[in-house]
Design a protein around this ligand. Structure first.
Ligand SMILES: [Fe+2]
Length: 288
């Protein structure tokens, strides 16, 4: 005789099954599917780690602190997702591209969409602090043909590792941010300064927990880009300075070998980097 839903006693062996049966009563489509998987894994974690009630209260206190640390200016939950590799994994699953295309990475919290247009050859370092860096870029499709009229938004940290919107009193607004258009040859060109790597915020519950555990919380030096062109998938990505010692331990798992470049010295206190971004046509998406 098969026991009906009411006949099961809640136990280590039946907990997930009982939960799944209750979900069948739901009239929602997506939530029950997500919950069934999530709760089955949660119960498995508890069976495996066997926390005491006091241990479990600590988990709940930690999650409560994460919630309290989040507001309009700070998203501690996103930080938790980033530092656990969850954001990078979601990105990985959703934006797989052909090998020769530029991969996407996590956008991160410092992006601003309201960036002014900068003329080709312009300088986005508004305070002039740092070592000069010339960026020569090209946007092309999978066949190597130029993508003309592509819009490029760039944003980066300064030579101390801070974004303009982290230091509104110290840096001019829109410092180290720019919006460019590629020319008929798919090229763009601007001047900036060499960015410095930075630590992720470690003054909240997530940073505190991971710092206590001796976990790396640094991000290697990088430039960030969002590239849009009609008919193409938007690229949101990083370009990393190949000389940064923390390349192998990026706190948010966003370093990929194809995104690492050598910043070449071109005279005293001046650097240069050459970039090629390869876009995928929206209809070329195969999911492979
Ligand atoms: Fe960044």
């Amino acid at each position: 005789m098969t026991p009906g839903p009411m006949a099961l006693n809640f136990s280590e062996t039946t907990s997930s099954e009982i939960f799944a049966q209750r979900l069948l009563q739901s009239n929602d489509d997506i939530l029950p599917q997500v919950l069934a998987v999530a709760v089955a894994h949660l119960h498995a974690i508890i069976r495996e780690l066997r926390p005491t009630q006091a241990d479990w209260r600590k988990v709940i206190e930690f999650l409560t602190d994460v919630g309290h640390a989040s507001d309009e200016r700070r998203q501690e939950w996103v930080l938790l997702s980033d530092l656990l590799g969850a954001s990078a994994l979601v990105e990985e699953i959703n934006s797989r591209r052909p090998k020769t295309a530029t991969p996407n990475t996590v956008r991160g919290p410092f992006f601003r969409a309201d960036v002014p247009q900068v003329a080709s050859g312009g300088n986005i370092s508004l305070d002039g602090v740092g070592e000069k860096l010339e960026v020569i870029g090209r946007v092309q499709d999978l066949d190597g043909d130029p993508v003309a009229g592509a819009e490029i938004i760039t944003w980066q940290a300064n030579a101390q590792g801070f974004y303009e919107n982290q230091q509104p009193d110290l840096q001019p607004e829109f410092n180290l941010r720019g919006r460019f258009k590629t020319d008929d040859d798919g090229r763009f060109h601007y001047w900036t300064i060499k960015p410095c790597g930075y630590g992720v915020p470690d003054d909240g519950p997530v940073g505190k927990l991971l710092r206590q555990a001796g976990y790396p919380l640094s991000r290697p030096a990088h430039l960030q880009f969002m590239i849009n062109a009609p008919g193409f998938e938007t690229i949101t990505t990083h370009i990393y300075d190949g000389s940064d010692p923390h390349l192998a331990e990026d706190a948010i798992f966003s370093v990929k070998p194809e995104l690492v470049r050598t910043f070449e010295r071109q005279g005293e206190g001046s650097w240069r980097v050459d970039l090629t971004f390869v876009m995928v046509r929206a209809r070329q998406r195969t999911g492979a």
